[in-house]
Design a protein around this ligand. Structure first.
Ligand SMILES: *Cc1c(COP(=O)(O)O)cnc(C)c1O
Length: 380
């Protein structure tokens, strides 16, 4: 267990671990079970574990860990999408209204316009920086800050106060920041949703999502939803995720240092447009981010002017892998438009890994030089 007085590194390394017991491991190994033995007389009421869909001890330890970091109770899901769509479907009923970020994670927006609107939920989109509509009659406001991939931020406390005055619930997608980067429940949000696939677990080897809250009533709805739909992570993924949490503070620290160094490089180059990183003092997100966030993310975004130049940059870079997702150990870059979202053709989301900052900056500078100016390459 963690002590709330402890600093981030200490909290990460201890989060969700059972009390020490001689002969027992620090983090118990994954428990693989569909059914468990039942008490022949009392059945499932006699023990914590009856069947794997609702009950798994490895999953409960991970939930204790993430809950400690977020400052609430937690339910983990098979992916971020399973957690977010699960919350939306558990809470919203036909005739309800929901406000979602117009610049947020694209598959959530697609789900809202296809599935939620299709069952009679009124879907309202607002840009992360606002303006926001009136929240009168709104059941749930989902914020995403920093928003993926544009990296705008919103003042969670101010928005939560407005939404609560109108009787709406507020959820914050905390994927990019992680609970070490910001604590939405402390800022007044009712719920946190997130993908644990990204920086939270950070090794590019599993999918995970979660919902966290201090409201037992809302969490009961989410738990019932998860049990009946079955969107649970497997025991091995839950164990790997818990194992990865111990290094979250170290990984984020290096990613943030690398992002700062890369942002300084890119800000000084005339061949890079639209640079966004919330930690840059002249970034539009800086005034809110520098107060609301406890640390800056390892993710930045910019525009290289066209798909061809992004391709040349990726071929030339030794330390930047072409890959989607973000928050992993290895630096990756994703040209978002190739996935069909609504960004410009040369828009890149760059996720800094934990490489040495000097090596990374040198490699990115050399790759930009090698990529040449925007436009199709002549010798291809
Ligand atoms: C990746 C992501 C999700 C979805 O998570 P998965 O684990 O891929 O299902 C949701 N929100 C944000 C902000 C994301 O970046």
């Amino acid at each position: 267990m963690t002590d709330q007085q402890d600093h981030d590194g200490t909290r990460c390394v201890r989060a969700g671990l059972p009390e020490p017991a001689p002969g027992e491991p620090f983090l118990p190994g994954p428990v693989f079970a569909a059914p468990y033995h039942l008490d022949p007389w009392q059945g499932p009421s006699a023990a914590a574990n009856g069947y794997g869909r609702p009950d798994n001890p490895t999953r409960r330890l991970l939930e204790a860990a993430i809950g400690e970091l977020e400052g609430g109770d937690c339910r983990v899901f098979a992916s971020g999408q399973a957690a977010i769509t699960g919350l939306l479907l558990a809470v919203l009923r036909p005739g309800d209204a929901v406000v979602l970020p117009s610049d947020g994670y694209f598959p959530v927006r697609a789900f809202a316009t296809d599935t939620l609107a299709g069952i009679g939920v009124r879907v309202v989109f607002a840009p992360t920086v606002g303006p926001y509509p009136s929240f009168e009659g709104v059941r749930l406001v989902l914020l995403e800050t920093p928003a993926n991939p544009g990296l705008d931020v919103v003042d969670v406390a101010a928005l939560a106060a407005r939404a609560h005055a109108a009787g709406a619930l507020v959820a914050v997608d905390n994927t990019t920041a992680t609970p070490l980067g910001q604590r939405p429940l402390d800022l007044g949000a009712d719920l946190v949703v997130a993908s644990g696939t990204k920086a939270l677990t950070g090794h590019s080897d599993l999918l995970l999502g979660y919902v966290a809250s201090r409201s037992a009533a809302v969490l009961d709805l989410v738990t019932a939803w998860r049990t009946t739909t079955g969107a649970v992570p497997g025991a091995f993924d839950a164990w790997l995720a818990h194992r990865s949490l111990a290094t979250l503070d170290l990984r984020l620290a290096r990613q943030s240092t690398n992002a700062e160094a890369v942002a300084a490089l890119l800000a000084g180059r005339s061949d890079v447009d639209g640079l966004r990183w919330p930690g840059l003092p002249d970034d539009p997100a800086y005034p809110v981010a520098s107060v609301q966030m406890r640390r800056m993310p390892g993710v930045l975004s910019f525009d290289l002017g066209g798909a061809d130049r992004v391709g040349r940059f990726l071929v030339a870079a030794r330390l930047v892998a072409a890959a989607t997702s973000f928050g992993g150990l290895h630096t990756t870059a994703d040209r978002r438009a190739q996935w069909g979202d609504d960004t410009a053709p040369g828009f890149v989301r760059l996720s800094c890994g934990i490489e040495d900052p000097a090596d990374l900056v040198a490699d990115i500078a050399a790759a930009l030089d090698a990529a040449g100016p925007a436009g199709p390459s002549v010798d291809r």
